[in-house]
Ligand binder design. Structure first.
Ligand code: G3I
Length: 363
């Protein structure tokens, strides 16, 4: 065993724990054995908490960049396909399904003992042209949605830990977003989607997933109201995913713990599903500190709620991060920079994981 570093020794004092390098093994003594945060990976540090730690994966980087590939395998114990389980990739022509890229990621995850979060079945974005370029009646569109969900979830049956079944269905004011699904099918498309996903894989944990629902606000209130209502009606929705796309220009959401806890109290699991914290470039020391605080607030919120199952970052390196292509002039949102060098936020995450209480039940 390596000697604990100065930071490790400090944390050992705080925890009254034995710090070890490498994966957590069964505790030999009453004191919890926590991996040394200065030498261990995120998945090693998270193991004692029972909360999983994941990343969105860019499958083309996974195929072509060995440094990226090694980091995904070493640092995370869940993965989410950033794009390759979305409709335009999986069903590019009506009735023709292509799971090639997604299968590659699922195989990688299996080889690295990682769970897979499936993302995403029903969304208004990244839909194929054959679906968006014509008009539909409800009688035509409903079987199209049903077929898509049954085929995709059925293809991966038993290999997907959790599905983001419905993604981003709400506006900020808590009204339902005006999408092709709402326009043609009405609000019942949400219950239908969960029922079909459950039919195709009864063991997968089914999530509703959205952004700006980390804290308590009109949007998360509306999601909470809908999910509790659906569950009362017997619809198989089991969990809520708070995406967690923060920006250092804006305050950290308030009431993260309170929000996740109300879902837990209503019998639902939760997760932080797409964490990142962007800034206007170039980033200064204050923004870097604010980024650490943003990641930490979301991670600690999850760690404080027993039913929060996983903390997933939406890309772990700025080399392949989505923010600059959408928010002009912004970036630096990930835990590692474009040269795979960890930022202060990465150390903050490691410390939070090491200091978290041991023994939340593993999902
Ligand atoms: O794959 C095509 C490629 O064939 C083509 O040549 C190229 C030209 O533009 O586009 C490629 O597709 C891009 C795709 O990412 C894969 O790189 C799309 O244009 C681009 O729009 C797409 O962006 C993704 C975005 O969702 C789409 O809205 C981002 O990578 C992805 O990070 C982002 O993820 C979303 C979550 O799914 C839901 N929550 C918000 C989050 C961030 O926007």
């Amino acid at each position: 065993m390596r000697r604990p570093s100065a930071l490790g020794a400090l944390l050992a004092g705080l925890l009254g724990a034995t710090l070890v390098a490498g994966p957590l093994t069964a505790p030999a003594t009453a004191a919890p054995r926590v991996p040394d945060p200065t030498t261990s990976t995120l998945r090693q540090l998270a193991a004692h908490t029972g909360m999983r730690v994941g990343t969105a994966v860019d499958t083309s980087a996974l195929a072509n960049d060995a440094t990226y590939r090694a980091a995904v395998g070493a640092e995370f114990d869940t993965v989410t396909p950033e794009n390759v389980m979305k409709w335009e990739v999986v069903e590019p022509e009506q009735g023709r399904f292509d799971f090639t890229q997604a299968d590659t990621l699922v195989a990688f995850a299996r080889a690295h003992k990682q769970k897979v979060r499936g993302h995403t079945l029903v969304w208004h974005s990244q839909l194929p042209a054959w679906l968006t370029s014509r008009s539909w009646t409800a009688a035509e569109l409903r079987p199209v949605l049903r077929e898509h969900i049954l085929t995709e979830v059925g293809h991966f049956r038993g290999r997907i830990w959790a599905w983001d079944v419905v993604n981003e269905a709400f506006n900020e004011d808590g009204s339902l977003r005006d999408t092709i699904w709402l326009q043609v099918l009405g609000p019942s498309y949400i219950a239908d989607a969960f029922r079909w996903a459950h039919q195709a894989d009864p063991k997968a944990i089914l999530f509703y997933n959205d952004f700006n629902i980390e804290g308590v606000n009109p949007k998360s209130d509306a999601v909470f109201a809908l999910l509790t209502q659906l569950r009362r009606q017997g619809v198989p929705v089991q969990a809520v995913g708070a995406q967690g796309h923060l920006d250092t220009q804006f305050p950290i959401p308030t009431g993260i713990v309170q929000n996740l806890r109300r879902f837990a109290d209503a019998g639902m699991d939760s997760a932080i599903t797409e964490a990142d914290v962007r800034s206007v470039l170039p980033v200064d020391a204050t923004e870097s500190a604010a980024q650490s605080a943003g990641y930490s607030a979301m991670l600690q919120g999850c760690l404080l709620v027993r039913r929060c199952l996983s903390f997933t970052v939406w890309g772990f390196t700025d080399k392949y991060q989505w923010v600059p292509s959408v928010f002009a002039g912004e970036g630096s949102a990930a835990l590692w920079d474009e040269n795979f060098q960890p930022k202060p936020a990465y150390d903050q995450v490691r410390i939070d994981l090491a200091l978290a209480p041991s023994g939340r039940p593993r999902a």
